[in-house]
Design a protein around this ligand. Structure first.
Ligand code: C2E
Ligand code: MG
Ligand code: MG
Ligand code: MG
Length: 289
């Protein structure tokens, strides 16, 4: 039921609302209520090691169970939450919720997979960010190595001076950073040398075109080559068919995420999949070259 609900989720908050002051105010108060009334929850999308089909990580993705509108997807409220100045509190809620899950899974002896959490520029760039991260890790006794912070390439570009300091602090703490939606930021590549950056997540827009589009093939191969030379690892996002899987496996991409293996899952579904040991359906895929 949760899955079909997810597919039909109502994208209520359109960008048009950006212009409507009254509705902005209403959304701001609804988001505050959502935080206070526990209307947020996390779903988790598995990330598979392509060579073996093993689930090695999950990405935490936010869902808003609105009391009247039902399930609201992040694309329809995260950008607004950013412009309303509420994203930092939401991001911190997400991080703490993810840490609480890690702690609970450890207690239940679930496989120690890595958990990726999306962090917005406004929290990542905030002076209280490192402190908030420290506190969450300490409160839930989470090994920093279990966490991966995803920050989009375009967010990194908006960050200024403090970025290097923050990355250094993360590196010292042992928390890794993935550059999310990589390839869409039209940026300088200098930040790939920053400490703590360990992973590139190749944007879905390039994965969609492989292996048909020679341009997308060239771009993905170039990203993989660069990622190897820089000793980063790569995750392809949005893998939907076996031809994409085959191509990425052969091209040496380490990890993949996408509807081919699993949609974002409610926790009980994730635990079932972890117990059955793999992707959806792992046996149909040729996993080792
Ligand atoms: P993202 O971090 O790039 O997350 C991947 C999005 O692609 C997710 O959408 C996921 O459901 C979707 N996806 C995964 N595999 C496939 C596939 O094979 N095909 C297609 N078409 N889509 C796929 P979702 O959950 O709607 O999240 C959208 C975006 O919202 C995320 O993009 C992220 O930027 C943002 N977001 C989600 N949760 C959080 C959060 O807790 N904090 C912040 N700051 N942003 C979040
Ligand atoms: Mg992400
Ligand atoms: Mg992404
Ligand atoms: Mg994306």
């Amino acid at each position: 039921a949760a899955k079909s609900e997810e597919r039909n989720a109502f994208r209520f908050y359109s960008p048009i609302m950006q212009a409507d002051a009254r509705k902005r105010l209403q959304l701001a108060s609804e988001l505050r209520q959502a935080l206070a009334n526990d209307e947020f929850r996390l779903v988790f999308q598995p990330s598979l090691e392509l060579r073996t089909g093993r689930i090695v990580a999950v990405e935490a993705l936010l869902r808003w169970q609105h009391p009247k509108r039902g399930l609201v997807m992040p694309d329809s409220f995260i950008p607004m939450a950013e412009s309303l100045g509420l994203i930092r509190r939401i991001d911190e809620w997400v991080l703490r919720a993810a840490c609480a899950w890690i702690r609970q899974w450890d207690r239940e002896h679930i496989a120690p997979i890595r958990v990726a959490v999306n962090v917005s520029a406004s929290w990542f760039g905030h002076p209280a960010f490192i402190e908030g991260l420290h506190t969450a890790l300490r409160d839930y006794q989470v090994d920093p190595k279990r966490l991966l912070l995803e920050i989009t390439e375009s967010a990194i570009l908006r960050l200024g001076e403090g970025t290097h300091r923050t990355m250094y602090a993360l590196h010292t703490m042992g928390v890794g950073v993935a550059i999310d939606d990589f390839g869409t930021g039209y940026s300088s590549l200098a930040y790939l040398k920053l400490p703590a950056v360990v992973c590139l997540k190749i944007d879905r827009t390039f994965i969609t075109g492989i292996p048909r589009s020679p341009d997308d093939v060239a771009i993905v191969e170039a990203i993989l080559a660069m990622s190897r030379s820089l000793k980063l690892y790569a995750i392809a996002e949005g893998i939907e068919d076996e031809a994409q899987h085959e191509f990425l496996l052969r091209a040496g991409c380490e990890e993949g995420q996408g509807y081919l293996y699993a949609r974002p899952l409610e926790v009980p579904d994730l635990l079932r999949m972890l117990k059955s040991g793999g992707g959806n359906p792992p046996t149909r895929l040729r996993l080792v070259p």
